[in-house]
Design a protein around this ligand. Structure first.
Ligand SMILES: NC(=O)C1=CN([C@@H]2O[C@H](COP(=O)(O)OP(=O)(O)OC[C@H]3O[C@@H](n4cnc5c(N)ncnc54)[C@H](OP(=O)(O)O)[C@@H]3O)[C@@H](O)[C@H]2O)C=CC1
Ligand SMILES: Nc1nc(O)c(N)c(N[C@@H]2O[C@H](COP(=O)(O)O)[C@@H](O)[C@H]2O)n1
Length: 281
């Protein structure tokens, strides 16, 4: 482990890749897209099995990134599959107080058009114990049907919204954007427009966001970039020395080459290699 990873300050690697975390567009947050992958570009195992790919040193770097950002965004697939905490735990134990008091914890932001997240998930439970910020769930009302009577889908969605709000979680609604970019050969028709999501987050006061995945969310950001719509400012990818194989979950199978990425720095952290890139918006 490098002495830098042991320090009480974020690694210099992150300062050079992320800079001051200020977006050049005041209507959007600064966005860091980050994830851990195997040598063969898989982010999860068979059927979405959560894999701990990062070693201690790169996981610590990820938690430094968490504390540097105001928000941490995931898709509902990750929320349901991993039941993550998304708080800051793997940093040096503070001399006074615990991790919860000492470090800034990012606000969890979950993309969830169908409100599939459980009101009993760890994000909500932790917030009730003050072991993390209250999550915000970003959704959109189901599209109206032809019929004058409200569809069962709509009624069920309203009930799930009420159940989530009862826990204290905030549900942020964005308008469905019928013109938003679909990803060919994917099941992306129900997705939220990523630029509308980012504008809504910024309007709610979040000035920097770390996007942690999962596979479909990573694909959405990279597909937008491939089509010339750059929605992230920096890309930080941890590569772990393991091959998962074809049964694993990847994000790159539907992608073409992506222009506008500029290498900033590569860092060996323990067994892993971390690549830091800047994106030209
Ligand atoms: N190695 C790593 O660093 C990480 C790995 N993972 C792994 O990733 C897997 C989860 O990935 P995945 O199943 O793809 O789920 P995601 O977490 O990527 O969530 C995808 C879901 O988010 C909703 N969504 C709404 N708008 C969008 C949009 N514009 N783009 C993409 N999604 C949108 C959709 O919900 P709906 O289906 O309701 O329409 C969609 O299905 C897990 O196995 C997890 O372990 C997760 C994070 C990090
Ligand atoms: N950086 C990183 N390395 C890995 O090996 C991972 N599996 C992940 N996954 C992300 O972290 C979430 C879990 O967070 P908590 O430990 O519960 O706070 C997981 O859901 C992914 O988003 N990241």
């Amino acid at each position: 482990m490098s002495s830098e990873a042991e320090s009480q300050d974020p690694p210099a690697f992150l300062a050079s890749v992320l800079g001051r975390l200020v977006s050049s567009d005041p209507t959007l947050p600064y966005v860091t897209l980050t994830f851990a992958q195997s040598l063969d570009a898989k982010v999860a195992g068979r059927g979405g099995l959560q894999l701990i790919l990062s070693g201690n040193e790169s996981m610590k770097m990820t938690h430094w990134m968490r504390t540097m950002h105001e928000g941490i965004l995931i898709g509902v697939g990750t929320a349901v599959n991993d039941n993550p905490q998304l708080n800051v735990r793997h940093l040096p134990f503070p001399a006074q107080g615990g991790h919860m008091q000492h470090y800034h914890h990012p606000r969890p932001l979950v993309l969830d058009p169908n409100l599939r997240i459980s009101p009993k998930c760890k994000l909500i439970y932790n917030a009730s114990l003050k072991a993390g910020e209250t999550p915000w769930i970003i959704s959109a009302r189901p599209a109206k049907t032809e019929s004058a009577v409200e569809s069962q889908d709509g009624i069920d969605w309203e009930a799930r919204k009420a159940a989530l709000e009862k826990t204290g979680a905030k549900v942020i609604l964005i308008e469905r954007d019928p013109s938003h970019m679909l990803i060919p050969n994917s099941d992306s028709s129900s997705y939220l427009s990523m630029s509308a999501v980012l504008r809504a987050i910024r309007a709610e006061g979040i000035k920097s966001v770390m996007v942690e995945g999962g596979a479909r969310v990573i694909l959405s950001f990279l597909h937008n970039a491939q089509e010339g719509k750059q929605l992230f400012d920096s890309l930080v990818v941890t590569v772990a020395p393991v091959i998962v194989g074809a049964h694993g979950v990847g994000y790159s199978e539907l992608l073409d080459d992506i222009p506008g990425l500029e290498h900033v720095r590569t860092e060996a952290l323990g067994k892993d290699v971390v690549f830091g890139m800047k994106a030209m918006r």
